[in-house]
Design a protein around this ligand. Structure first.
Ligand code: GLN
Length: 203
């Protein structure tokens, strides 16, 4: 799996896959859709997109991806989840739908739809640690927030007193959708995380 240019997958079961593929390509990665365990095995990092976390969870189980996803995240593969993807990376959901499972990887508890319904979606500038320059444009669509984090989880951004971006080791998550803004600095941060992991593995 030693690629010169990082090859980053986007979990393509449901959600805004295309926007992530474009954002990753703009941030100098090779981006690919991932739907099958064999495709997951080929990538250096993975984005889990926004969409509907219950649906993504059910399809991941159906496609035989849930266990391979957990195994790769546990083994240190860099992973970035936006919105529903953030929910998928939470070790615990406060209000899961019945049968809803997560991949886990970030020691946090998330609350689904915490910022309200679809028609309460909003945009706001968010100051995000590790992203240089101006605040990022946070697009929040039925977004979750993080209720609490464990000792190993770093808070990268808050909005209105609620945690909206976190990192634990090689796992990154945002409540909002940088892939929808044309500003690809957060994807750039993730591509840098993938490169750093590739560097460590080639030592
Ligand atoms: N509310 C959705 C969920 O629970 C997430 C919304 C989104 O990804 N934009 O999965």
């Amino acid at each position: 799996m030693a690629h010169d240019v990082p090859v980053i997958g986007v979990l393509a079961l449901q959600g805004d896959v295309r926007e992530h593929l474009i954002a990753l390509a703009t941030a100098d990665a090779v981006a690919r859709e991932v739907r099958r365990p064999e495709e997951l095995a080929e990538v250096d990092g993975l984005v889990i997109p926004g969409g509907e976390s219950t649906t993504i969870s059910k399809l991941a189980v159906l496609f035989g991806l849930m266990e391979p996803l957990r195994a790769r995240v546990r083994a240190g593969m860099p992973v970035y989840g936006t919105c529903a993807g953030m929910i998928m990376l939470a070790d615990k959901i406060l209000d899961p739908r019945s049968g809803q499972e997560t991949v886990g990887g970030i020691d946090m508890i998330v609350r689904r739809n915490a910022f309200g319904r679809q028609n309460e979606s909003f945009e706001s500038a968010v100051d995000m640690k590790d992203v240089e320059g101006d605040p990022v444009e946070g697009v929040f669509i039925r977004a979750p927030w993080v209720e609490s984090v464990g000792a190993e989880t770093e808070v990268l951004a808050e909005h209105g007193g609620h945690i909206v971006a976190v990192r634990q080791g090689n796992a990154l998550a945002t409540s909002f959708h940088p892939e929808l803004t044309g500003d690809h600095r957060v994807h750039g941060l993730f591509v840098d995380m993938v490169r750093a992991e590739q560097g460590r593995r080639s030592l």
